[in-house]
Design a protein around this ligand. Structure first.
Ligand code: FE2
Length: 296
């Protein structure tokens, strides 16, 4: 059987930001709006995102994972364009989305992403008890498990949280899905380890404990807008946790230009083989292969 290819991109922060009404800019959004109009709009560019996505589509991945921050301030006017962009990436059964903190930026629109992007977030089975996450999708040899770490936070904070209900449901999924049955991929916006108190996943220690007990084969995240690979403790060796830059960014400060990852996954006897290919924009803003790494 041919290898299964999973593409991962994150944090498109879809430009342009719609013109905001003054009454929508209270509280946290006021700072975010200033930050966008002064800085971020210079670095997140639609032409970069479009070039990256068309390069990704030319690679014909079997599935695409997008780990959040599709929008910026979670203004009502941002959700429909984000849906249209998702449809340009692929059909809901070929694209799995998990939300980021910017998708649930403020309380008033914190659930809008569910209505707007529903079938991109859904698992194969209808959610039980109205709880949407974790969601589970089986595609080829993969089990894609999406968690939502997206919660509204006070100004200047960008922390994430899973909560007990979600962690308990994740434990039930992992207990029923051993490594022999699938290549388990965990999708989450926030990284599992962070040096930043303001940007961390607050209950990551509970998640790390579950992973060291049950394991998964691969963890994909966004949020930090940088290339990142760390290895976490699993029951039978280490688990790669891989972060990807923003899919729309030009290089600025410590942040690299837009990139995405391709994972080529296949069985190798009793084990798995997984190779990561990084493709991203170069100085001339052309997309090309940057690196290839054998993960397992
Ligand atoms: Fe982001």
């Amino acid at each position: 059987m041919a290898a299964f290819t999973l593409a991962h991109l994150s944090d498109p922060h879809l430009p342009p930001l719609p013109v905001a009404r003054l009454r929508d800019l209270a509280g946290k959004r006021a700072l975010g709006y200033l930050n966008w109009t002064r800085n971020r709009h210079k670095f997140h560019r639609r032409d970069v995102l479009d070039a990256l996505v068309s390069d990704m589509q030319a690679q014909a991945p079997d599935h695409v994972a997008i780990t959040g921050d599709l929008v910026n301030l979670a203004l009502e006017a941002e959700f429909a364009p984000a849906r249209a962009w998702l449809e340009s990436v692929g059909a809901p059964d070929r694209v799995t989305v998990t939300p980021g903190n910017h998708d649930a930026y403020v309380r008033i629109t914190r659930h809008h992403f569910r209505e707007a992007w529903g079938n991109y977030l859904d698992g194969d089975d209808p959610p039980g008890g109205g709880v949407m996450f974790p969601s589970l999708r089986r595609r080829g040899p993969l089990a894609l498990i999406s968690l939502s770490s997206a919660v509204p936070t006070p100004p200047l904070m960008a922390t994430g949280r899973l909560g007990r209900v979600q962690l308990d449901a994740l434990e039930r999924i992992l207990a029923g899905l051993p490594a022999e049955q699938a290549f388990r991929v965990l999708l989450i916006h926030h990284p599992l380890r962070s040096d930043s108190r303001a940007k961390r996943l607050t209950d990551s220690s509970s998640l790390l404990a579950l992973l060291s007990q049950y394991g998964v084969e691969l963890i994909l995240h966004g949020h930090d807008h940088v290339h990142s690979t760390i290895w976490l403790d699993g029951p039978k060796g280490s688990i790669p946790a891989i972060g990807v830059p923003s899919a729309s960014a030009i290089a600025h400060g410590r942040y690299p230009g837009a990139a995405y990852n391709l994972f080529s996954i296949e069985r190798d006897g009793a084990a798995w083989r997984c190779e990561q290919t990084i493709r991203g924009i170069d100085d001339a803003r052309r997309v090309q292969q940057l690196q290839q790494i054998r993960l397992m």
